[in-house]
Write a protein that binds this ligand. Structure first.
Ligand code: AMP
Length: 216
């Protein structure tokens, strides 16, 4: 099963993507995680992507399309894949459609995570992530940030540069300008779009997502 997760930054695509992928028994590809690992390792991809990411801008389509093609052709993706953070522009949606058609594979569902801007800003500004395993942690109360990773004892929790207020505002603007039109593009293609209310406990949102995929 191939599923694309769409929704604004902070809607919970990463966390739910992990859970959905585990329930479907397929891997998850998160372009943001791949790019952050490249930045950390100082690879040419990371050096190219860093400035865009720090500002909350999108990395150019050509870079993302190259990564996506390579990833989808890998044998681990034979059973399916959950795509988190790809696609973010109409050219990326077109590129994904072309690669899937070349591979003779259908896109089974586009899952749209819905949540208000106010909640996104408060989630993102209270978020820290593990610098080793990338697990995000959201503050339980305003101003209180988690300090230790519950999953990886070697990990240190850090704030993402693009979770600073200016970058958050820019990411929400970029989402409206460049990613929201992807929803209309998929509607025009008659894709199977499922909308998920992304507000609620992790378990509740996961249950909604799996039931929308017919896997409760
Ligand atoms: P994320 O972890 O999904 O919030 O992604 C973090 C950052 O990585 C984004 O703000 C972009 O700078 C970059 N990025 C991730 N995926 C894409 C994509 N599909 N297209 C362009 N830029 C991306």
């Amino acid at each position: 099963m191939i599923v694309v997760l769409l929704g604004p930054p902070g809607a919970g695509k990463g966390t739910q993507g992990e859970r959905i992928a585990a329930s479907l028994g397929v891997p998850k590809i998160a372009t943001g995680d791949v790019l952050r690992a490249a930045v950390k390792a100082g690879t040419p991809l990371g050096l190219e992507a860093k400035g865009f990411m720090d500002r909350g801008d999108l990395v150019p389509d050509a870079v993302i399309l190259g990564m996506m093609k390579e990833a989808l052709k890998a044998p681990e993706q034979a059973k399916g894949v959950v795509l988190d953070g790809v696609v973010r522009t109409v050219p990326q949606a077109e590129g994904l459609a072309a690669v899937l058609s070349e591979l003779g594979r259908p896109l089974d569902a586009v899952m749209l995570f819905e949540i208000s801007d106010d909640l996104l800003v408060s989630r993102l500004s209270g978020r820290t992530v593990c610098d080793c395993c990338q697990t995000p942690f959201t503050a339980r109360a305003p101003g209180e940030l988690h300090a230790e990773c519950a999953k990886d004892p070697k990990g240190t929790l850090v704030r993402r540069k693009d979770d600073e207020p200016d970058a958050i505002r820019n990411r929400l603007h970029v989402y409206q300008q460049q990613t929201a039109p992807v929803i209309a593009w998929y509607r025009d293609q008659h894709a199977h779009i499922v909308s998920i209310d992304a507000v609620g406990s992790l378990a509740d949102v996961q249950a909604r997502a799996l039931s929308a995929l017919g896997r409760s």
